[in-house]
Design a protein around this ligand. Sequence first.
Ligand SMILES: *Cc1c(COP(=O)(O)O)cnc(C)c1O
Length: 356
Amino acid sequence: MQNTAGWRGVIDRYRDQLPVSDATPVVTLLEGNTPLVRVPDFVKAIAGEFDLYLKYEGVNPTCSFKDRGMTLAVSKAKERGAQVVVCASTGNTSAAAAAYAARAGMQCVVLIPEGNIALGKLAQSLMYGAQTLQIQGNFDQALDIVRGLGETKGVEVVNSINPVRIEGQKTAAFEVCDALGDAPDFHFLPVGNAGNITAYWKGYQQYEEAAKSDTLPRMMGFQAAGAAPIVGGDPVTNPETVASAIRIGNPASWQGAKAAVQFSGGKIDKVTDEQIVSAYKQLASSEGVFVEPASAAALAGIIKVSAAGGIDEGSIVVATMTGHGLKDPDSAVTYANSEAKVVPVDLEAVKTAMGL
Ligand SMILES: *Cc1c(COP(=O)(O)O)cnc(C)c1O
């Protein structure tokens, strides 16, 4: 975890921009303050002539950006006296909800699509002690059920339909501006339920209004081709993609995403699973940055836009790497195209294997 001395989490750092008061009990695992990693070799390899920085959210406490929204959502739930937090999840929201609920001493119930979340995320929810229910359906169906649970007394929904999630997540845009001295020219990110693109845009706008930055980035959102409702203009009934975190057919923040790209002069587009997997492997092997497949959708988007001449020379580009690669070990082992060879306990045999 990347936490410098004195860092006390995103609520503490950006308190004046968040809906909290002295009466709010702050539930934090010291999320945020994530690195902005410059990746010149990746840019060179795709023949780009711009500066690319990755906002590496995989080093948050539960290894995805969801922690930023969850510190606020669970703190507010506790302030309101809720006993139980619930969410539907493709995996990372449930991991974050389970961890922050444990930290707060609250119960947590998570609804996940049966057999369809990455192994690391399932392990997290179980270890943090959440009641983990596999719904015999997809994420969108699980979210419909959670909306219904929200009307129950003492139960707080911590999906991004809860507006404080977006408030917490916008702190990533503040950190980008604080690190670069201004907003970038472009901001790329993967789009699933579309909460994060909505949150970043809100953050960039607020920083500009507060004169803490001078410009606004073009917001560039990427969906997977098999789960691209916003690109196609209609909900997708059976979304399919290797990038399970963005396997969503009817995004809750659809309008927020539309507004972000429209007002910023950006766009929402799609990339294929082949493009996602290729970017996923290329980043890890060329820069040592291991992300989960959904994060690689943003990189595949950069490759696509750059190849079409859409990123001017000298541009400052930021892409959010939403989750850590270890979240989804099965995808890594499947797509690495490499195996761990078995060798006898013998110096010569090892040398032979090394080609010496
Ligand atoms: C949640 C998530 C996304 C999608 O973010 P939305 O806010 O749902 O658009 C992308 N990548 C990862 C790793 C996620 O956990």
